[in-house]
Design a protein around this ligand. Structure first.
Ligand code: CTP
Ligand code: MG
Length: 225
């Protein structure tokens, strides 16, 4: 069978964390950086053969040192990121040989509590159906607003929060990234716009994304459980 590549996206700047945090993927989580936790899960995941790490150029040396220190032998390339998450994904895709890999799974480095079950299920579903995304139910009622006016309240039962890793057949994701649309906040949106039906499957409430400063406090508490 062809191989599976994971693209781990760590090239953001964590603006929503607020000032004074440095970049969130390098924040301390129980004595090591968030990024180390994330990469270690992929290193041990039997369903993944190769990891491509996308990092900021100014943090490349630090990333490469981490890979050596931790012995992350599956990392086969460290690639510079782009101005948007989408460009960063595209830079990661650019180093993947089409003949060697059939499935690619794209993950936010800022989700350190990813687990092997979520990775493996996504890979298997993508191989069979083309694309798969882990989701969880939403607890809040979600409103659509226009300025300060509430204009719509979609039925909560129909809503899910999308997580990563998002897994795709490599040819499908490459094609999705060829479109000119720059408004997509994740890879799934690009694939949906090609007309593909993506499989949703259960993610995990632990698989949080560290986005605001409070998330880091929550992550430190989660680590202890
Ligand atoms: N990311 C990336 N390249 C970018 C932007 C984001 O690789 N140009 C990565 C981030 O490092 C993160 C993941 O994509 O691991 C999810 O993005 P997000 O949570 O939005 O992180 P940031 O863009 O860093 O944060 P913010 O939007 O608050 O600035
Ligand atoms: Mg962002």
């Amino acid at each position: 069978m062809a191989e599976v590549a994971a693209i781990v996206l760590a090239a953001g700047s964590g603006q929503r964390m607020g000032p004074g945090h440095g970049d969130k993927v390098w924040a301390d989580l129980g004595g090591s950086p968030v990024l180390r936790h994330t990469l270690t899960v992929f290193q041990h995941a039997a369903s993944v053969h190769t990891i491509v790490l996308v990092t900021r150029e100014d943090l490349r040396a630090r990333s490469e040192a981490l890979i050596v220190d931790v012995g992350l032998t599956k990392v086969h390339a460290v690639v510079g990121g782009g101005a948007t998450r989408r460009e960063s994904t595209r830079n990661g895709l650019a180093v993947l040989a089409r003949g060697r890999f059939d499935v690619v799974t794209v993950h936010d480095a800022a989700r350190p509590f990813i687990d092997e079950r979520i990775i493996a299920e996504g890979v298997a579903l993508a191989r069979e159906h083309g694309a798969a995304i882990p989701v969880i139910p939403v607890s809040d009622t979600i409103k659509r607003v226009s300025g300060s006016a509430i204009v719509d309240s979609p039925t909560r039962e129909d809503l899910r929060a999308a997580q990563t890793p998002q897994a795709f057949r490599l040819d499908l994701l490459v094609r999705a990234h060829e479109s000119a649309d720059d408004t997509a906040t994740d890879d799934g949106v690009l694939v949906e716009r090609l007309g593909y039906t993506i499989r949703a499957y259960p993610g995990s409430v632990r698989n949080i994304k560290i986005t605001v400063a409070e998330d880091l406090l929550f992550a430190r508490a989660l680590l202890a459980t």
